[in-house]
Design a protein around this ligand. Structure first.
Ligand code: AMP
Ligand code: MG
Length: 313
């Protein structure tokens, strides 16, 4: 197994120390979990989270699962009601993801939850992933470690074949135990809803009332409340201009035209634009390549009339 710039280290203290060093420097590391291999980054670092989308080549910003050591760490990020606490104490650490209301001051990048008011949390059981979260001392954002649209990797060889030189380190924990993505349950008001079936078979009767939502088909994409105009090179009266590159604006996604920085700041600046006095928002043109594809996808949804915005989700 090799790719020019990708190291593969067997799980153990040395691998975890190196992985923690890379993660704290804002880099990505492929990690074994009990479900599938995850592409981990520091969830508190917007640029690091943006690099996940860049490496996966995702054409849109789907919210990521935030990996924590336990309920205590999770409770800084999401709001646990009694049912969430019950499910977490019954199944964590393990392959159960809980989608909960996001705490107002949750210490994670807004991009990690794609600007939503909810957040997906999981305490993984795999000892290597647990050791990494402890070593880093921060929650980790980690989607499956594959290029967008491909199968989830259950062996380090799959990660190498799919993401190869896009990541510096793969921690080799052999084949994963479940080989199947985590069960996802949403507890965001109303009855619990099963968003994705998985290794944990919950008592479905009360849950199916809420209906099964296929991943990626959530109607709940974040969009600002104000009208938004795209490809603006200057502000018109009443507009708050979000700049990029040479278009300065009232604020800028990235004055230097850096798409990683722009992705990291996108949801922060959209939320800010909703709060300022100006009644409308305009956004400078963003090049439609690399991370710009996902940025433009999100901006087009935000600019679409509300009824349509929910449909494209
Ligand atoms: P992956 O990390 O590749 O296993 O995919 C993560 C899954 O979690 C995707 O299907 C997302 O749609 C789902 N997810 C993450 N955060 C949320 C959220 N806040 N609300 C609903 N679904 C979520
Ligand atoms: Mg995936």
């Amino acid at each position: 197994m090799s790719a020019q710039n990708t190291r593969v280290l067997s799980e153990g203290p040395e691998a975890i120390a190196e992985a923690a060093r890379l993660i704290l420097a804002g880099a990505l590391v492929a990690m074994p979990t009990e479900t599938v291999y995850g592409l981990a980054a520091d969830a508190t670092n917007g640029d690091a989270v943006a690099r996940i989308y860049e490496a996966k080549g995702r054409p849109s910003f789907n919210p990521l699962i935030i990996h924590v050591s336990d309920v205590t760490q999770a409770a800084d990020i999401g709001v646990f009601d009694d049912e969430a606490e019950r499910l977490a104490s019954a199944h964590w650490p393990g392959p159960l993801t809980l989608v909960l209301p996001r705490k107002k001051d949750a210490p994670i990048a807004r991009l990690a939850s794609a600007g939503l008011a909810t957040v997906a949390l999981r305490a993984p059981a795999h000892p290597a992933m647990q050791a990494l979260i402890a070593a880093v001392g921060r929650p980790l954002a980690a989607p499956s470690a594959n290029v967008s649209g491909r199968l989830s990797p259950t062996r380090p060889e799959h990660v190498l074949a799919s993401l190869g030189d896009r990541i510096k380190l793969i921690v080799d924990g052999g084949p994963t135990a479940h080989g199947l993505e985590s069960t996802i349950v949403a507890l965001t008001g109303g009855p619990p809803r099963l968003l994705r079936p998985g290794p944990i078979d919950l008592d479905l009767a009360p849950m199916l009332k809420g209906g099964v939502e296929a991943p990626g088909q959530m109607a709940s994409h974040y969009a600002p409340a104000k009208p938004l105009r795209l490809d603006a090179s200057a502000a018109e009266p009443g507009e708050w201009l979000i700049g990029f590159d040479l278009v300065a604006g009232d604020v800028s996604l990235s004055p230097s035209g850096d798409l990683v920085e722009a992705a990291a700041r996108l949801f922060d600046l959209l939320h800010e634009a909703d709060r300022v006095a100006a009644p409308r928002i305009a956004v400078a043109p963003i090049p439609d390549d690399g991370l710009g594809v996902a940025i433009n996808d999100r901006l087009r949804r935000a600019a679409a009339p509300r009824g349509d915005a929910a449909d494209v989700g």
